[in-house]
Write a protein of this length. Structure first.
Lengths: 674, 242
């Protein structure tokens, strides 16, 4: 893929889209205007109505023997006009009361059953809660009645020579712990996630449609296909253009919504206040990015299937509905970010934005949602890329889906795309599977099942699916003698260097707690004998994870033609599987070394050995009392550093010289391969 | 320069092209003639590397579609009724965009754009959005786009259809000039008069198969006709009757 060509396509598509007034208006102008207008209008209507209600006198019908003093208190304190029908109570009280309220003859009906007497006179207050006026007046009348009852009680207690508190053994007062800012945040947390997701989808909707179905309809996509451009460059350029527009529109509108909500909550009766701090706004925007990556990929993949703009609108409507449904979760009181919901695309973003706003989100939650959303986004982007490589789709043929998912398209060997797809599938599988296994079998079962079931077996199946020869893909060959020496030195020194790096990471806030949690988790292995613990924590991960990350993922990324992309990409993927930010950083660093070793040695075995010794050393350090202190001495650390440096020096260029097959960098036809 | 060898394209049970073979040499104009639905567009798309043949082989300037589609596209200028211009870009912007996609250096590209603007008389509307141009102006800009990388081979599908006589003649003259410059041109057209006037050889295509090919005189002689139109009607009519 040529970056310059991608940028030319990106720039052209961006300019062309920004010259389309409809797209600009729908993406920027309408959302920027609609929120302030909507909230201002609603706020103004609500304020007018409140003022009108305050000025209006309540109309109250009194039926049955309601005490005159009570009516008098209502009349005075609630500013009410009494329709006195105490002598004519209706036969069907509720039906008659409903009729009077519906016909707006009265707001509220007070009723005391005929014959009521004694020290406690029942007074029923009948109102219609679905009628704004009746509901508001009911609150006013009830307040007046409560005050009047309190006054009557005070008079009676005084007559008895008692203090009023004697009749109130518990003096109950309800107080809200949430201050105005928290109440405002709670209000925004219900609304903002939904608005943001819908905003992302609507911002990208018209741009995606215009650059896919619109281009097909106008015939310009075929013009582009005649140029020497790879389909992956076309999809990347277009994707970036739509993504840039979507994110720009989202950012503008996030500000607009935040300001609008700030003003709206300021006008609320409940004295709630909302203001979005820069860090929260940044966190929310960062959280929305992977959601935008996925939504834009889906819009592009589905949009290009349509043969015309109109057809595209109907194709994309389900995506909009899907996004709206996911966003709707923020209104549901029971919906919470959990191990399960964190795996559901878009829903997890909704719940995370909600938690960020109410101040409940932690770094781990953000990382998990980011990693999972990114995995889904990679799958979405790969789907879009695959659709764009289908000639039946690009040339407006019949039944384009048939060609998109035709099994004959699976080529021989791995590519960067399917390596990333594999990582994404694995990430989702691992998260789902871990939750299920951990609940039923504990940590030992979790390690066993995850290493075999989530890493080793899927890796071998993936190679088989794409007909990738195992020996070449996994580099199942012996290193050179020099490679063996380098491996031994790196294995001997690497674990100690790793331990020093880990110690440094523990200085950061929150890292110690995570380390303790991890130690406690692995401490459960204490019930196992040393041999079993070494197999589970050292041998199994060393084999399975190396086959997955330095085998399948690295082999696919190697086809990009760049060693940097292969090493850094596989290390990033390896890091993301460790979820916690500190563990991600540590695993990324280890992944860089192991990826580089795999390329330099031309073999998977050195990585397996280094991984094995590193994990095994951690088990021994936990099990053997006093070993950690002895091995962390400055002399040992210096020796370990020297071993590592010498190992790196020797490892460089230690692979066997082989006849190198040309990389898959040959230009690919825009048409689908036969 | 342009070579089709046994080209076939099937969509399930539908055969769009069957065993189509012909060549176009440098400095030659070959007409691809056939009624609607004959499979001309399918053949042209396969030659341009936009569509993958079910079987057969394509070579343009020595490059095949399978492994060298990239080089093939560099060697080819392609214009069909389906290759439209970006409505919100100006002709000058379209030319610059495609020049960049062909990786022409910026300085050379600017000179090339100005030369094409002058050659195809685009000056008057070169900075006006393509969506606001007349059909003739659009076609001139589109042909300039096909020439931007100075390709040795050109595939032109109905380049003069729906154009006024003046613009049509102007473009035919431009094609003659390109032939004189040594370019290989494959011209697909319904205007048999244009084909007779411009083409060195013709290929008659019907129902995805080649019915005949050769010089206009040879094709007419084999069909026992005096003009290309009569020959075309005779051959296609025979096929329809059969």
């Amino acid at each position: 893929m040529r970056l310059a060509i991608v940028l030319h396509i990106f720039r052209k598509d961006l300019v062309e889209t920004l010259r389309d007034r409809r797209t600009v208006v729908m993406a920027f102008v309408v959302p920027a205007l609609i929120y302030p207008l909507l909230f201002t209008l609603l706020g103004s209507v609500a304020t007018d109505k409140r003022g009108e209600l305050e000025r209006t006198r309540a109309r109250v019908a009194a039926w049955g023997p309601v005490p005159a003093s009570t009516l008098n208190a209502v009349e005075q304190q609630a500013r009410a006009d009494i329709v006195d029908r105490r002598d004519q109570p209706p036969a069907d009280l509720e039906a008659e009361a409903r009729k009077l309220v519906t016909e707006r003859k009265v707001h509220v009906v007070l009723f005391t059953p005929p014959g009521a007497s004694g020290t406690s006179i029942p007074v029923r207050v009948l109102a219609d809660s679905t009628d704004v006026d009746s509901d508001a007046m009911e609150r006013r009348i009830s307040r007046a009645l409560t005050d009047h009852a309190a006054e009557l009680l005070r008079q009676r207690m005084t007559a008895l020579g008692q203090d009023v508190s004697a009749a109130r053994p518990l003096d109950i007062k309800e107080e809200d712990l949430a201050d105005a800012a928290r109440r405002g945040a709670s209000f925004a947390a219900a609304l903002l996630p939904y608005l943001l997701l819908v905003l992302v989808a609507t911002s990208g909707f018209y741009a995606a449609l215009d650059l896919t179905a619109g281009e097909k309809e106008r015939g310009t996509l075929q013009t582009l296909l005649t140029a020497p451009v790879r389909s992956v460059e076309i999809v990347a350029g277009k994707y970036l253009a739509v993504l840039a527009l979507t994110l720009a529109a989202t950012l503008c509108n996030l500000g607009s919504i935040a300001l609008t909500l700030s003003r709206a909550t300021a006008a609320m009766e409940t004295s709630a206040r909302f203001s979005l701090g820069l860090s929260s706004a940044g966190a929310i925007f960062l959280t929305v990015i992977p959601a935008a990556l996925l939504i834009v990929a889906l819009l592009m993949a589905i949009g290009v299937l349509a043969r015309s703009y109109r057809e595209g609108q109907s194709y994309l409507m389900p995506i909009l509905l899907l996004v709206m449904l996911s966003g709707f979760a923020s209104f549901l009181p029971g919906a919470q970010l959990s191990a399960g919901t964190a795996l559901v695309p878009l829903l997890n973003v909704t719940l995370l934005v909600h938690d960020i706003l109410v101040g409940k989100a932690g770094a781990t939650q953000v990382m998990v949602v980011w990693a999972v959303s990114l995995a889904w986004a990679v799958l979405g982007i790969l789907l879009a890329a695959r659709v764009f490589q289908t000639e039946q789709v690009l040339l407006s043929g019949e039944k384009p889906w048939r060609d998109v998912f035709s099994p004959s398209r699976s080529g021989r060997g791995l590519t960067p795309g399917n390596a990333l797809a594999f990582a994404a599938v694995l990430l989702v599988l691992t998260f789902y599977g871990s939750v299920l296994v951990e609940r039923r079998g504990g940590v030992a079962a979790l390690i066993l099942v995850s290493q075999l079931g989530f890493f080793l077996i899927p890796s071998l199946l993936w190679c088989r699916l794409f007909r990738a020869p195992l020996v070449d893909t996994l580099q199942l060959r012996w290193p050179t003698p020099r490679g063996w020496v380098a491996t031994a030195l790196l294995a001997a020194g690497g674990w100690s260097v790793g331990a020093v790096v880990w110690e440094q990471l523990l200085r950061f806030p929150g890292a110690r707690a995570y380390s303790d949690w991890l130690g406690e988790l692995l401490g459960k292995q204490g019930r196992l004998d040393l041999g079993t613990a070494l197999v589970l924590v050292a041998l199994l991960p060393a084999v399975a994870e190396e086959v997955t990350f330095r085998g399948v993922v690295l082999a696919g990324l190697r086809q990009s033609g760049s060693r940097w992309i292969a090493v850094v990409g596989s290390a990033l993927v390896f890091g993301l599987f460790h979820v916690n930010p500190y563990h991600v950083v540590a695993a990324f660093a280890v992944g860089l070394l192991l990826g580089w070793v795999a390329l330099e040695s031309g073999s998977l075995l050195p990585g397996v050995l280094i991984h094995l010794v590193n994990n095994g050393a951690q088990v021994l350090l936990d099990r053997v009392p006093g070993l950690a202190e002895r091995l962390h001495s400055p002399l040992i650390v210096v020796l370990a550093l020297a071993c590592t440096a010498l190992g790196v020096f020797l490892m460089r260029g230690s692979r066997r010289p082989t006849a190198v097959a040309p990389a898959d960098s040959v230009a690919v036809s825009l048409a689908a391969p036969r | 320069m342009i070579e089709a060898r046994g080209l076939s394209k099937r969509y399930g049970e539908v055969v769009a092209a069957s065993d189509v073979s012909f060549t176009v040499s440098a400095g030659e104009v070959v007409g691809l003639l056939g009624p609607n639905g004959a499979g001309k567009t399918t053949v042209l798309r396969m030659l341009a590397g936009v569509l993958t043949p079910t079987s057969g082989d394509v070579r343009v300037a020595g490059h095949g579609t399978e492994a060298e589609a990239f080089e093939l596209k560099r060697a080819l200028g392609f214009l069909t009724g389906d290759t439209a211009l970006y409505q919100r870009l100006t002709p000058r912007e379209v030319l610059r965009y495609f020049g960049r996609l062909h990786e022409i250096p910026e300085t050379a590209l600017t000179a090339r754009i100005e030369a094409l603007v002058a050659r195809f008389r685009l000056t008057e509307f070169a900075d006006r959005p393509c969506g606001k141009l007349s059909a003739g102006q659009k076609q001139r800009a589109n042909i300039a786009r096909a020439f931007i990388h100075d390709p040795p081979a050109l595939i032109l599908d109905e380049p003069t259809t729906a154009l006024d006589v003046v613009t049509g003649r102007f473009l035919l003259e431009a094609f003659r000039e390109a032939r004189a410059a040594g370019k290989a041109i494959l011209l697909s057209t319904h205007v048999l008069g244009d084909a007779e006037a411009l083409c060195d050889r013709v290929v008659l295509l019907h129902r995805g198969k080649v019915l005949d090919q050769g010089t206009v005189a040879d094709v007419c002689a084999r069909a026992g006709a005096r003009t290309l139109t009569d020959a075309f009607l005779a051959r296609v009519g025979d096929e329809v009757a059969a």
